[in-house]
Design a protein around this ligand. Structure first.
Ligand SMILES: Cc1cc2nc3c(=O)[nH]c(=O)nc-3n(C[C@H](O)[C@H](O)[C@H](O)COP(=O)(O)OP(=O)(O)OC[C@H]3O[C@@H](n4cnc5c(N)ncnc54)[C@H](O)[C@@H]3O)c2cc1C
Length: 483
């Protein structure tokens, strides 16, 4: 419960600074929708921001924005991890960026509570009163109570996940090469991905290509020894793509030797033995879970109107729906967390993808500016009308499937160029665009980078090895110890 709200905040009035009023805009989440909305608002309101008439605060647990569609290429080593993240303070100089997690929103008091404490630390909540709230905390992985999944499964939604997965896959090749145990070797060389959306298909395709390149340097591991398995509960892969592009992808992956199990679910992963609903059981030391998403759990800690799936119920103007069915004053939402009606799908909520998140954020910012002057029912507010689907999935170097904006479909090299151009354009930083472009140019000149830096995940381990069991500090070892 949020306590001690001053009366001015309860009324949701503007903050009074000297003789001026400042309108406080709070953006919850600095992902695709939150960062894009902040960038558009910063541009549209620059004068008012500098005069102190408006204040924008972006609250995001990371100090950076992550561009998810390029994570598969980070995992494959084609792009440096730092280049797919954008420092929020650098691109939002006129906004206040708070590196914290919002834990609760009480819109009736126009107040959010945020916490910057890390796991295990004592919470130190910060009160954030606002006049306008932009809800954009996205979604989280939808997990299932499968035995062994929590212990052995790997996620794939952050830049840390991508780097960790890359290191893990390369370490499995080292393990398979070193061991004399055939069961351990088989388990190390089996890579299972559950969920065949663009995250699962993209990651598997890129990593399969990387591992095939990596094994050329091993004297006793061959590409044919690697076993890649894609498990999907429905009857098709890439639900985001058209059926013909999904079928093309299925054919291409099967040609590359990927074992694709449709209409199949993961029953158990206990003891690193994968059991599938088709009756098969095999050892696998790599299990990647990319089986769908659910709205951010933050939404349950709010008094905002939610739909049955837990998303913020929105009008086509991206305003939250009030109890009377009209706009709830002061609340806007976009991205994976928002149930925004899609007129091209008969009014069903938009699918959770980056294309919708960016387009909604742009319209949201325009509508917020209109509502600042004209109120929540201003006649100039526009409805969200998505353009034609423009999705694409990379399947490794020079291979992809893509929809064009004019409704065309591309495969192979042309799709790959379009995929890269599209994602480069969407990255919200000119500097990062140049850096990613340079990574791609260098990747075209040199062979794949196949070094595993798994040791970086345990930076103290080499230092700790210096401690003899039961002994003091390494420098206690004697006069020869210092280097
Ligand atoms: C691996 C992967 C690959 C993908 N590939 C594609 C693709 O090829 N094409 C495509 O269209 N889509 C793709 N997507 C989906 C796309 O990335 C999402 O649909 C998009 O990011 C949604 O934008 P968003 O702003 O709603 O959420 P996000 O971009 O996830 O941003 C939400 C932000 O809110 C922050 N947040 C969460 N909780 C809180 C809180 N309590 N307080 C404050 N901040 C909070 C999070 O840290 C996050 O930064 C992919 C997703 C993944 C994971």
């Amino acid at each position: 419960m949020i306590g001690g709200t001053p009366p001015a905040r309860q009324a949701g009035t503007k903050r009074h600074i000297g003789r001026r009023f400042t309108i406080r805009i709070l953006i919850a989440g600095g992902g695709c929708a939150g960062t894009a909305a902040a960038l558009h608002l910063q541009r549209a309101l620059r004068g008012r921001l500098r005069r102190g008439e408006v204040e924008i605060t972006v609250v995001e647990p990371q100090a950076y924005f992550t561009y998810h569609p390029l994570l598969a290429e980070v995992a494959a080593g084609s792009i440096d991890p730092r280049h797919v993240v954008v420092p929020l303070r650098r691109v939002l100089p006129d906004c206040r960026v708070l590196t914290a997690r919002i834990t609760r929103i009480e819109h009736s008091a126009r107040l959010a509570l945020a916490d910057a404490a890390g796991p295990g630390e004592r919470p130190a909540p910060v009160e954030l009163p606002y006049d306008i709230l932009v809800v954009a905390p996205g979604s989280v992985s939808r997990t299932a109570p499968v035995p062994g999944l929590a212990e052995h499964g790997l996620g794939f939604s952050t830049v840390g996940d991508a780097v960790g997965l890359r290191n893990h896959v390369l370490e499995q090749l080292d393990l398979a090469s070193a061991t004399r145990d055939p069961a351990l070797r088989q388990s190390a060389l089996t890579f299972v991905f559950v969920g065949a959306g663009y995250a699962g298909v993209g990651a598997l395709a890129e990593l399969e290509d990387m591992a095939r390149a990596a094994v050329r340097d091993y004297h006793n591991v061959r590409a044919e020894d690697l076993h890649w398995v894609l498990v999907e509960a429905t009857g098709r892969i890439l639900a985001e793509e058209s059926p013909d592009l999904a079928a093309h992808t299925l054919g291409e992956l099967r040609e590359r030797g990927v074992d694709i199990r449709l209409g199949t679910t993961l029953e158990s992963a206990a003891d690193r033995v994968v059991a599938l609903s088709d009756g098969s059981r095999f050892g696998a030391r790599t299990l990647v879970w990319t089986a769908g998403v659910r709205p951010s759990p933050l939404l349950r800690e709010t008094d905002l109107p939610l739909d049955v799936r837990g998303r913020v119920r929105c009008l086509a103007t991206l305003q939250a729906v009030g109890p009377d069915g009209r706009a709830l004053p002061g609340v806007w939402a976009a991205g994976d967390c928002a149930a925004v009606p899609d007129p091209t799908a008969g009014g069903a909520p938009c699918a959770p993808n980056a294309q919708h998140a960016f387009a909604q954020a742009e319209l949201l910012a325009r509508n917020v500016v209109v509502a600042l002057d004209g109120g929540p029912h201003a006649p100039g507010l526009a409805d969200y009308r998505p353009g034609p689907a423009a999705c694409s999935t990379s399947l490794g170097p020079r291979r992809a499937v893509a929809h064009t904006r004019r409704g065309g479909r591309l495969t192979g090299r042309r799709a790959w160029w379009l995929h890269r151009a599209r994602h480069l354009r969407r990255l919200p930083s000119a500097e990062r665009r140049v850096r990613v472009l340079m990574d791609w140019v260098l990747g075209g000149v040199f062979s794949r980078e196949v070094v595993s830096l798994g040791g970086m995940e345990h930076p103290r381990s080499a230092f700790e090895e210096g401690f003899e069991p039961g002994a003091g500090r390494p420098s206690d070892a004697g006069p020869d110890a210092p280097r």
